[in-house]
Design a protein around this ligand. Structure first.
Ligand code: F6R
Length: 621
């Protein structure tokens, strides 16, 4: 949702903080703000609605000399409480102007706390839930048992807060100290030499240090230039933390020569698939990253639910075909936002596979919690090390796609599909529905996929040309069957979110039951063809479907396997992809659709990294 950063060290904090915000802008871009000690005993604050560029212009106008200190905090916002305006932008200050806070998440009990403050005539200057935190700390600091104690005051307030929050406080009377806390939203500590960082993710400090510490639930970190201490909200330092070395390089978090991160991320897909497979097949067996479930527990599973949102959900739809085929277990794929509200039948023999790039998506997290409450086992597929969903799961498989900065998910989709296959194979292996040599063979086929994805990428130039030609179309339809159906849904989602174009994906067999009425002269329809060898029956049915829509004037764009001669007469435009095992075809067929959507969006003049109204991590339900 929001991106937050804190810095204490020897450099000008303003530069470090603004740079961190630039790297985290994908987390939200409704407003941005900084608070930096001014070196004269005060706190200089600037905040501005809109993108970071607006804040930078404001800083240039105000004069950056005010921001001389080497302690500072910053925030880039995705609005939840209060409209995206200057006055609601973070940081928020107390009445003395000496204490400032930035916040990510939601303080659920902010209303009674606000009333309490108002009753004491505290002047609240924003509509946010966040502002109460800074006034409460100011009050605790001014009077009572924690008077004059910055850390103690923050702890006292944290204990009163409910909800999900990461909070970072700075205090002008305590230069060189930052207090940060987390509950159910992310916070990572960056350990430098003579400097320390806190951030929503490692992008905040990746260019300064690779040494990081993951904080646990309800933990508080106090950083100074020389080090850090971690406690719980009671101030007890006997708490577990996890130091780790960041293996993403700076390059991986930048655009790599492309105009947009997303285009770079599309190019990175062969690597994302390969890295996701890495190390997961050892001694003839599939291994997960974190396995707190025994093989016996996996054998006891009698049904599988997959829960996820958006693109991750589409990866789950693909997984259903593979998991059912390999394990003979019934698999239901659910939108996480619907799952817990319909009272699904769950027990300790149910395995819930939660798929999430961010590992923070509130809908998916709540689905996981509901599943756990009902005693189901949870296996997370996640791209973000140590995020909340994998922390709460019984087993984890990380997609190793690296940071995905483009808001629309691309490389993480391919990595999720890959990881989901590994989950299917792990289940089949534990349950004995596949012999070890069959598991090994499936794995080898997966291992061959990165090269095939790279081949698709080498041949997508005609897709870009076609996208430019079709960019003015009022709508585009997508058709698929079997695993091609979720690919069609994903192609349509990409076009909607990037190009703001009306796009719908359909199961091709369903067309005759209604959607065919949408077909009119010149309407582009993108068709994902099943393999003529792997799925001959579906292939011939799909040919009939294309014939039907062509007869009604549709302009057909067909994605088909190389050598699929039968489809040529029905394709106004043919996009060829290498032949692959049927279940793995989504790893190839999705790529031209991503490229198509990105090119249509660029032709229409849109920022493909930051589609309107969207945020990378959606941490509210
Ligand atoms: C679409 C997209 C979203 C996410 C969805 C789930 O391109 O990125 O639909 O897939 O919001 O996000 P995660 O995977 O972080 O749970």
């Amino acid at each position: 949702m929001c991106g937050i950063v804190g810095y204490v060290g020897h450099r000008p904090a303003l530069d470090v903080v603004v740079e961190a915000l630039r790297r985290m802008e994908y987390r939200g871009y409704d407003s941005a703000g900084v608070a930096v000690l001014d070196g004269r005993g005060g706190l200089a604050v600037e905040r501005k609605a809109g993108r970071l560029a607006n804040l930078e212009a404001e800083l240039d106008d105000a004069g950056r000399d005010h921001f001389a200190g080497s302690t500072g905090i910053g925030h880039t916002r995705w609005a939840t409480h209060g409209r995206p305006t200057d006055r609601n932008a973070h940081p928020h200050r107390d009445a003395t102007g000496k204490i400032a806070v930035v916040h990510n998440g939601i303080i659920e009990n902010f209303a009674p706390l606000r009333h309490e403050l108002e009753a004491e005539h505290v002047d609240l200057r924003s509509d946010t839930d966040s502002e109460v935190a800074v006034h409460l700390v100011a009050r605790a600091y001014a009077d009572g048992p924690t008077a004059g104690d910055f850390v103690g005051s923050a702890l006292a307030v944290l204990r009163r807060l409910e909800g999900a929050f990461t909070l970072v406080f700075t205090h002008a009377d305590h230069p060189g100290t930052i207090v940060a806390a987390r509950r159910s939203t992310p916070l990572v500590v960056g350990v430098g030499e003579g400097e320390m960082f806190v951030g929503s993710d490692v992008a905040a400090f990746i260019e300064h240090t690779r040494e990081a510490v993951e904080l646990g639930q309800d933990q508080v970190v106090v950083i100074t230039a020389d080090g850090y201490t971690v406690t719980n909200f009671d101030g007890n330092d006997d708490v577990p933390t996890r130091p780790f070395t960041i293996d993403w390089d700076l390059e991986a978090a930048e655009k790599g020569g492309h105009d947009y991160f997303m285009l770079k991320e599309i190019e990175e897909q062969p690597q994302a698939v390969a890295d996701t497979l890495l190390g997961h097949f050892a001694n003839g067996r599939i291994v997960l990253d974190e396995q707190r479930l025994s093989d016996q527990e996996l054998r006891d599973v009698d049904k599988v639910f997959v829960v996820a949102c958006g693109t991750a959900y589409h990866s789950g739809l693909v997984a259903k075909y593979a998991i059912e085929h390999w394990t003979r277990l019934p698999v239901e794929v659910e939108l996480a936002s619907e799952f817990r509200y319909r009272d699904p039948v769950l027990d300790r023999s149910t395995l819930v596979v939660a798929i999430s790039q961010s590992g923070e998506t509130a809908d998916t997290l709540e689905a996981v919690r509901h599943a756990k409450d009902q005693k189901a086992r949870v296996l997370a597929v996640c791209n973000t090390n140590g995020a909340q969903i994998p922390r709460e799961a019984d087993a984890v498989l990380y997609t190793r796609a690296g940071p995905e900065i483009g808001v629309a998910s691309t490389k993480c989709f391919l990595a999720q599909v890959t990881a989901n296959y590994l989950v299917g194979l792990a289940l089949a292996q534990a349950r004995g529905t596949k012999y070890p040599d069959e598991v090994a063979r499936e794995y080898l086929e997966l291992e061959a996929m990165p090269q095939l994805v790279a081949r698709v990428l080498e041949t997508v130039e005609p897709v870009r040309a076609l996208a430019r030609e079709l960019a003015a179309s009022p709508a585009v339809l997508f058709l698929g069957r079997h695993v091609g159906y979720p690919v069609a849904l994903e192609g349509a989602l990409k076009l909607k979110e990037l190009a703001y174009m009306h796009a719908e994906g359909f199961a091709a067999g369903e067309l005759k039951h209604g959607p065919i009425a949408l077909i009119e002269d010149g309407l582009p329809v993108i068709v994902v063809m099943p393999s003529p060898k792997g799925r001959a029956v579906l292939h011939s049915k799909m040919l009939s479907n294309i014939r039907e829509i062509q007869a009604r004037g549709a302009r057909t764009v067909v994605i088909a396997e190389e050598g699929d001669e039968a489809v040529r007469p029905f394709a106004n435009h043919l996009i060829e992809i290498p032949a692959s095992p049927t279940l793995l075809q989504p790893l190839l067929a999705t790529v031209p659709l991503q490229v198509f959507a990105a090119e249509v969006a660029q032709t229409r003049g849109y920022d493909v990294d930051k589609p309107r109204n969207l945020a990378k991590s959606v941490t509210v339900e």
